[in-house]
Ligand binder design. Sequence first.
Ligand code: FES
Length: 132
Amino acid sequence: MSESKTSESKIQGQLIGSVNGLEEGGKGLRFDVQNVEGETVPAFVVNFDYQYFAYLNKCGHIAVQLDYMPGEFFGDDGQTLICATHGAEYAPDTGACLGGPCYGVGLEPLTIAEQDGQLFLMHQGYSVVASN
Ligand code: FES
């Protein structure tokens, strides 16, 4: 039997998790990555404008995680990612600092890809440790 068109070429990446539950402008998916130094670093994926974007979960102001409640990255309007500590705002599609105390320092993006409802990390220098 033939398979769907999207599964003809499999992505060569590390599985982060499913897109299920990742609603546009809604709660993000948290996961951990390991960098080349062997450090475990928190990261997350959000759905913005029906595309998926991943970043290290580290504010440009102080190296703390953005979400006060796990997975809550978006502001009320669903248009910006907001650090819960002092309110720095970031563009969901680029990670750029838009305002607040990030002072031009954006989020560090991670390259990901989606295939058949699964998200994969494609970023050199990081490996997926766990989803949480
Ligand atoms: S630690 Fe994120 S805005 Fe200050």
